[in-house]
Design a protein around this ligand. Structure first.
Ligand code: BES
Ligand code: MN
Ligand code: ZN
Length: 500
């Protein structure tokens, strides 16, 4: 997607389509008024006749509007002016983005960046709009026979957005648009990796993609093989891979945007490339969706790419423990006891609680980087979906300041998280008669007991955990990876970099 920023009068825009926001009521906004004057009141009469619903995100397409230079005018409702906030504005932008993604022309002029939002400046609006417009154009074609042809020659959809501003655009505005595009590019990588079939996207495949990303973005990339993990004593991570013919990998990507001595932010992503449940086998219905069990890993790839593309002045390390969870003659069994890299022993009461088993060793491994903070991202528990639904990601942390930063980044990016408690009382649920802890905590509070398990491995640094089981992908007709929480993580890191 190409973006340019320009200024000028809306009625004079020679463009296949001009998209403009409109408030409900009589005061419909300056841009609309300018267009309406040029159309001799024709637009106001259409709206007076009820042609455009007042609900934010409703839209009306007018062909060859009289008195205007554009070929089409897309009026998008912003709702009541008094109720204007992030959500109605996002709903309106999303409506433009959906329309643009399937439009029968190539260029669209976008004027919703000019809407004055309470507490959100122009840079914010441009970054968000660029990301949403670019992300809506995403298509997954890698498994289609004519993928190459489709990707090179998309038959439908806008490929060029002209962002229309009232005044002359400056460098800050250009940078804001570039940030939005960088985040969308990261999301596209995350969505691609998530959507790839489990027989293609194996731990070895992820390792290959990390090396490729390293070349493209000038990152140092290391891949630890099984033997190296054995030497490190990663008995927990290795136990998950035992039932599979696919060898596990521990992937480490280093982005250096600051001084060598500046402490890195470390992201750790769950990379289960397929989760059958292992010997504690999952039921068959919708098991195909367990190819998405590496979406935490995919979000680390995507965020590293976005950060490198933006060139943020921070140090960032992305770590991905990758394995396939299969039943088999050598697979872990319920009741097996393993020793983690930390020395703590774990009784595996359920082989389907495998995410925490690979994460705990990765979380011990990253102590060596003396991180400023560590955020892990995982499709960890069905219980998180029961608790929060599919709107926010679950957030748990041993540091409330870090939690606050992530919650704010979620609000700002619209990719929200909601905090759950991580009180000591939950630790009792992980008691084991035979080892230092069990890998499950019983029926209640499953998202919390999973995080309580991880908390035993993150005592040496400031840490937060994002449970993205409900947010990483959609089911049903729209089945596919969402690219979340790349917007949240990118916003968090932009904040850490202290830019804009
Ligand atoms: N990958 C799943 C969690 C999951 C399930 C995410 C459904 C999204 C949709 C995870 O490995 C798992 O199986 N968790 C178990 C834990 C239980 C055995 C304590 C779960 O949530 O049922
Ligand atoms: Mn599982
Ligand atoms: Zn899993």
């Amino acid at each position: 997607m190409q973006f340019t920023i320009k200024s000028g009068a809306p009625e004079k825009q020679r463009t296949p389509c001009l998209a403009v926001g409109v408030f409900a009521g009589t005061a419909r906004g300056e841009l609309f008024d300018a267009l309406d004057r040029a159309s001799d009141g024709a637009l106001a009469s259409l709206l007076a006749a009820g042609e455009l619903d007042d609900k934010a995100g409703a839209s009306l397409l007018i062909h060859a509007p009289a008195g205007l230079a554009c070929q089409r005018l897309l009026l998008v409702s912003l709702g009541e002016a008094e109720a204007l906030a992030d959500k109605p504005w996002r709903d309106a932008v999303a409506a433009v983005a959906r329309y643009a993604a399937n439009a029968p022309f190539k260029e669209l002029t976008f004027a919703l960046g000019q809407v004055d939002l309470p507490a959100r400046d122009l840079d914010w609006r441009l970054e968000q709009a660029a990301r949403m417009l670019a992300d809506a154009a995403y298509r997954f074609t890698l498994h289609k026979a004519n993928a190459k042809a489709k990707a090179d020659n998309p038959d439908k959809g806008v490929t060029e957005i002209r962002v229309l501003l009232g005044g002359r655009p400056g460098d800050a505005e250009k940078r804001a648009v570039e940030r939005g595009l960088a985040v969308a590019e990261g999301m596209a990588l995350t969505r691609d990796l998530g959507n790839l079939a489990g027989n293609i996207c194996t731990p070895s495949y992820l390792a290959g993609r990390a090396r490729k990303l390293g070349k493209e973005m000038k990152l140092k990339v290391e891949v630890l093989e099984r033997a190296a993990m054995e030497k490190l004593g990663m008995g927990s991570l290795l136990s998950v891979a035992k039932g599979s013919a696919e060898p596990p990998k521990l992937i480490v990507m280093h982005y250096r945007g600051a001084k060598a001595k500046d402490k890195p932010v470390v992201l750790v992503g769950k990379g289960i490339t397929f989760d059958t449940g292992g010997i504690s086998l999952k039921p068959g219905a919708e098991m195909d969706e367990m190819k998405f069990d590496m979406c935490g890993a995919a979000s680390v790839f995507g965020t590293v790419k976005a950060v490198a593309r933006m060139g943020l002045p921070i140090n960032l390390i992305g770590v991905v423990p990758a394995a396939e969870n299969m039943p088999g003659g050598r697979a872990s069994k319920p009741g097996d006891v393993v020793e983690s890299m930390s020395g703590q022993t774990i009784e595996i009461l359920n082989t389907d609680a495998e995410g925490r088993l690979i994460l705990c060793d990765a979380l011990t491994y990253v102590e060596r980087y003396e991180p400023a903070c560590v955020v892990d991202i995982a499709t960890l528990t069905g219980a998180c979906i029961i608790a929060l639904g599919k709107i926010p990601s679950g957030l748990l942390a041993n540091d409330d300041e870090l939690a606050g930063e992530l919650l704010a980044a979620g609000q700002s990016s619209g990719d929200r998280a909601w905090q759950l408690p991580l009180w000591d009382e939950y630790q009792e649920l992980l008691k084991s008669n035979f080892a230092d802890m069990a890998n499950i905590g019983g029926r209640y509070g499953g998202a919390i007991t999973a995080a309580a398990f991880l908390a035993r491995f993150t005592k040496k640094y400031s840490w937060a955990h994002l449970d993205i089981a409900g947010t990483a992908w959609l089911s049903g007709d729209a089945k596919g990876a969402t690219g979340r929480p790349v917007p949240l993580l990118s916003e968090f890191l932009i904040g850490r970099a202290g830019r804009d």
